[in-house]
Design a binder for this molecule. Structure first.
Ligand SMILES: Nc1ncnc2c1ncn2[C@@H]1O[C@H](COP(=O)(O)OP(=O)(O)OP(=O)(O)O)[C@@H](O)[C@H]1O
Ligand SMILES: [Mg+2]
Length: 273
């Protein structure tokens, strides 16, 4: 029986239920995390170094599978068996796109044009190279179409990775620190682009608190053990220094006054304001 269309539209894009993950040679990286993302939601993932942001995004992209708990995509559990199903896997790979924190981890083709065309070609989209040219132009990469990706600068590689993923037309976009290497103009472009994609569900990890406010309305914050410390309105999270301190997103340093006295207090720097 096919489901009524309304229930498909209101069903979460992706859900995690008590998901835990431990690297084979490491300590626990994600602990009992549960949340769901609704269609069109823009969510920001925050947390200090090593708290598990990249691991959580890899779990959502089914690059690693949970040690315990369950992840459901559009209501269907992502299981090893489903991932071995070529049709299911192809649909999932087309609909869920992830841009890695380290662009070099995802660039392997001989030229920028082939790199962007790779995903669309695998998905059976028509004229992948022509499609790639259009996406290269949108990202200001048209002059590099024949250039090997390793020759690009850090920010250009990051833009290329975004073009590769967006060219596949995803429904769920997972971005791991996407602005880390971008200059202010490219960052502004990305923020506007994400805001215009009302049909796209986005989860963006960042440690840049001033940009966080531009990239979503809801925050997920992980603590240093990979547990979900906060799930709620981003404004509320950004206004709570104690919460940010707990999540290693605020720092403390000494202030020296003219009269020679010194004191220490907690700071949140929003360097774009
Ligand atoms: N391939 C791996 N093998 C073993 N341990 C790993 C591996 N990748 C990450 N870890 C560990 O898992 C934990 C979470 O790492 P993760 O990369 O998810 O953190 P993060 O929040 O993305 O950090 P950052 O802000 O530095 O990018 C860390 O303790 C890290 O050392
Ligand atoms: Mg990371």
């Amino acid at each position: 029986m096919t489901e009524p269309e309304a229930s498909v539209r209101t069903r979460p894009t992706i859900e995690l239920e008590r998901v835990s993950y431990r690297y084979p040679d490491g300590e626990s990286a994600i602990e009992e995390v549960s949340f769901s993302l609704s269609p069109g939601e823009r969510v920001v993932l925050l947390g200090g170094n090593g708290c598990g942001k990249s691991t959580l995004l890899k779990l959502l992209d089914a690059l690693v599978v949970p040690g315990s708990g369950e992840i459901r995509y559009c209501g269907e559990a992502i299981t090893p068996r489903r991932l071995r199903d070529r049709e299911w896997s192809r649909r999932f790979r087309g609909e869920v796109g992830m841009v890695f924190q380290d662009p070099d981890a995802m660039l392997f083709n001989a030229s920028v044009a082939e790199e962007i065309a790779y995903g669309p070609a695998r998905l059976g989209m028509p004229e992948p190279l022509r499609h790639a040219q259009r996406w290269a132009c949108r990202f200001g990469l048209e002059k590099y179409l024949d250039t090997p990706p390793y020759r690009l600068s850090g920010g250009e590689k990051q833009r290329l990775c975004l073009a590769c993923v967006l060219a596949c037309g995803p429904r769920l976009l997972l971005l791991d620190e996407p602005t880390a290497n971008l200059d202010p103009r490219a960052t502004g472009w990305l923020i506007d682009f994400l805001r215009d994609q009302s049909a796209l569900t986005t989860l963006v990890s960042t440690q840049n608190l001033s940009l966080a406010g531009e990239m979503g309305e809801r925050a997920l914050i992980l603590d240093e053990r990979g547990k979900l410390l906060f799930d709620g309105p981003l404004d509320e999270a950004l206004g709570c220094t104690e919460l940010l301190w707990q999540a290693n997103l605020a720092h403390s340093h000494r202030h020296r006054h003219d009269d020679g006295t010194e004191h220490r207090h907690v700071h949140v720097h929003r360097n774009w304001e």
